[in-house]
Design a protein around this ligand. Structure first.
Ligand code: PLP
Length: 418
């Protein structure tokens, strides 16, 4: 065990003792406009526990150097620190091997990596299948790939409750489909998609599946081998880790088949002006000096989540979502956007006659941080005929008291603005 694989402060014996957990998050303890901060914008970005901040600080204070190329002690330690972060990500996703974990800047870059490298194999008439509830980062890279190659983007529609139309999915899946790319959890609606079923159906036709896990990994245990997916993307900052680091999991078979993404240092074994031999996995996809401190912070964030326990996190968030949904739905003039049977901790809603930005601003005046707008999912907003929504999103460090604060603040805003 080295400095980068130490468990965080929470012990496995704890039940989900939220007040204790909150003591690990310095940023949560402040007032905004004279009210205690209720941070309910977790789908946009999580906050970090002290163990993540300490791990990054420890790394820079003791071990930083460039990785891989060095013969000296600090370079060895930095390499070890980075690889410990990779091993943590492998364990977190239950990937078969560390070589299947590619560090990226985040979920966006992870999806772009697949879109850019896969497009070399796309031809006119080929199809990429996505859904109507995708974040822009799982739409635009595929649009670009289709524009360059003549392939066609097909979109699985959703229901009024915000669920995937599985009948349409099965209808649209066909022998021209080259990839299925779907959100595991929708950021705008909170819908948890039946990704195991989707993957099994695609694989039955020999079609690979990419899952956008940006909104899933902090809320439930993800097992990429259990799901059987070929690619899985997520961002560190949406699961208590740093910004600027994320992961693309890829099954070895696929990563070996795809060409490199970017060229540069570290992704090569040898270079001459006539020929370049690429490095082995995962380095073939990691050109240039990596974000070592990011990998360290990501490893610490994973250790923290594991200590809290993904099952307990899921249970706690489900209770907060239920409390918030019941209370907000009971207010006059409220329209809930996203009422799927299976949901993660996202509550999107509108109040008749109130612009979501105005609602968000009045909530901020009462210390409540939510998101207001299209949530980078404009097609979802179009489908529901709204310009945007107010979105409260919950993390395991949120409390019932904060949900009460949200509801009270919404009621103030409603009386003031409606
Ligand atoms: C479902 C989903 N996919 C992808 C992303 C992109 O994540 P990032 O901006 O961290 O790359 C987000 C961010 O909100 C998201 O919610």
């Amino acid at each position: 065990m080295n400095a980068y694989s130490q468990p965080a402060g929470v012990t496995a014996r704890d039940l989900l003792d939220v007040e204790r957990i909150r003591r690990d998050f310095p940023i949560l303890h402040q007032e905004i406009n004279g009210y205690p901060l209720a941070y309910l914008d977790n789908a946009a970005s999580y906050q970090r526990p002290r163990s993540v901040l300490d791990a990054i600080r420890h790394y820079y204070e003791h071990d930083h150097a460039n990785v891989h190329r060095g013969v000296h002690a600090l370079s060895h330690r930095a390499t070890e620190a980075q690889e410990a972060g990779r091993e943590a990500a492998r364990r977190f996703l239950n990937a078969a091997e560390r070589a299947e974990i590619i560090f990226t800047r985040g979920a966006t870059e992870a999806i772009n990596l697949v879109a850019y490298t896969l497009r070399e194999t796309l031809q006119p008439g080929d199809e990429i299948l996505i859904s109507h509830m995708e974040h822009h980062s799982n739409i635009v890279p595929w649009q670009l790939a289709c524009q360059r190659t003549g392939a066609r983007l097909r979109v699985v529609p959703i229901t009024r409750s915000g669920e995937l139309r599985l009948d349409e999915f099965h209808r649209l899946l066909n022998r021209r489909t080259r990839l299925v790319a779907m959100a595991h959890v929708s950021n705008a609606l909170g819908t948890v998609n039946p990704v195991a079923e989707i993957t099994a159906a695609a694989h039955a036709l020999g079609i690979p599946v990419l899952l956008d896990g940006a909104q899933a990994v902090a809320h439930q245990k993800v097992d990429v081998q259990g799901l059987g997916c070929d690619f899985y993307a997520f961002s560190g900052h949406k699961m208590c880790g740093p910004t600027g680091i994320g992961v693309l999991y890829g099954r070895r078979e696929w990563l070996e088949r795809l060409p490199p993404f970017q060229g540069g240092g570290d992704m090569i074994l040898s270079v001459s002006f006539d020929h370049t031999e690429y490095n082995e996995l995962p380095y073939k996809f990691e050109a240039g000096t990596p974000d070592v401190a990011g990998a360290v912070g990501l490893g610490a964030a994973i250790a923290y989540l594991e200590q809290v326990g993904m099952d307990r996190i899921a249970q706690h968030e489900a209770a907060l979502l239920e409390q918030a949904t019941r209370a907000i739905a009971a207010l006059p003039g409220v329209q809930l956007i996203g009422e799927a049977q299976e949901k993660a901790g996202v509550l999107s809603f509108n109040i008749e006659g109130i612009h979501p930005h105005d609602l968000g601003t009045v909530l901020d005046h009462q210390g409540v941080a939510i998101r207001a707008g299209h949530h980078c999912a404009m097609p979802v907003m179009d489908f529901f005929g709204v310009g945007g929504t107010a979105r409260a999103s919950f993390a395991f460090y949120n409390t019932r008291r904060e949900v009460d604060q949200l509801v009270a603040a919404v009621e103030v805003a409603r009386r003031m603005l409606a």
